[in-house]
Ligand binder design. Structure first.
Ligand code: MN
Length: 320
């Protein structure tokens, strides 16, 4: 529930701001990127303010066709002469996920956060969080409605892209609310098929590399756990999390858990975890990461071999 008081503070801070910056977590996914762009766009059309949209890491190629994508600026290209009056942090989970933009946040005059991750240490002086929201763009939609903002098709497409990303195209939707929002967005003119086509438009190398890693997958614990590996040489061909590999393995009969280990650099392993009706968030936490119940991840600073051993040990206690 977004309260009148939250809206009033948001309104007052944005009206008074001479400069506004927005960011989300490092290596933004569809929800992180689209929340940044949707909120920046809505602030611009409703308050007439310029908003600086920044990111750290890499934006996956499959988000190239997202509306306003070109507005995203790499944080190191920002000249920070004076601190921003207002910083807005979206979809970030925990503070260290923010990455490079953190320096602009901590200097800012006022910090606002909108997030759907479980997080007890909030960075925002104003927190418009909702752990039940399926996506951060769902919170932005609710803010827009409660505040009575003007909107347009660009904002609607961005909000829908965030929802489609974080619900795995509605597969993980747990509440009717997100479906009702999606229904409203369709009536406002959003074309779901076009968004899904744009999001699944990957380079050949990416698909072939991810498929090869699926082909070499190892299975453990009576074939309930799959571990696929993308080594350093393959990593440069994939883009983002390795969704193609995760989705393909996620279709396998009898499988309960999917793990994808990505050797991002020597001794830096990205771990993506998916549970098929089984929770993986606690395993991600044990690895120093986080995420959602059935889709979570971590980055572990160790060798591929050691990380694989740790993952196997953690699942040993979980799989019956
Ligand atoms: Mn999200």
């Amino acid at each position: 529930m977004i309260t009148k008081e939250q809206i009033n503070i948001f309104d007052e801070k944005i009206r008074a701001a001479g400069s506004i910056v927005i960011c989300a977590h490092k290596n933004p996914d569809g929800d992180a990127l689209c929340s940044v762009l949707a909120l920046a766009h809505l602030i611009e059309i409703n308050y007439g303010k310029d908003v600086v949209c920044i990111y750290d890491g890499n934006i996956p190629d499959n988000l190239d066709d997202v509306p306003l994508r070109r507005r995203m600026r790499y944080f190191e290209h920002i000249e920070n002469d004076a601190p921003f009056d207002v910083a807005i942090v979206l979809d970030y989970g925990i503070e260290k996920n923010i990455g490079g933009p953190h320096k602009f946040i901590e200097n800012a005059g006022f910090i606002i956060e909108l997030d759907h991750h479980i997080n007890d240490e909030k960075i925002g002086a104003l927190s418009i969080d909702d752990e039940n929201a399926a996506a951060t763009t769902e919170i932005i939609y609710n803010l827009m409605v409660v505040a009575g903002w003007n909107t347009d098709l660009t904002a609607a497409r961005l909000i829908m892209t965030g929802i489609i990303t974080d619900t795995g195209c509605f597969k993980y939707a747990k509440r009717g609310d997100v479906m009702r929002i999606a229904a409203n967005l369709i009536e406002d003119g959003v074309d779901i098929q076009r968004i899904v086509n744009d999001l699944t438009n990957k380079p050949r190398k990416t698909v072939v590399t991810e498929a090869a890693s699926v082909g070499a997958t190892e299975f453990f614990y009576k074939n309930k756990l799959a571990i696929a590996i993308i080594d350093a040489a393959q990593y440069k061909h994939i883009d983002g999390r390795g969704e193609t590999a995760l989705n393909l393995l996620g279709q396998m009969r009898g499988l309960e858990y999917v793990v994808l280990l990505k050797e991002q650099k020597p001794n830096q392993i990205g771990v993506s975890l998916r549970g098929r009706g089984h929770a993986v968030d606690k395993i991600a936490l044990a690895l120093g990461g986080g995420g959602h119940e059935y889709a979570a991840g971590a980055v572990v600073y160790d060798t591929l071999e050691n990380v694989k051993k740790r993952v196997l040990d953690l699942f040993k206690g979980v799989i019956k």
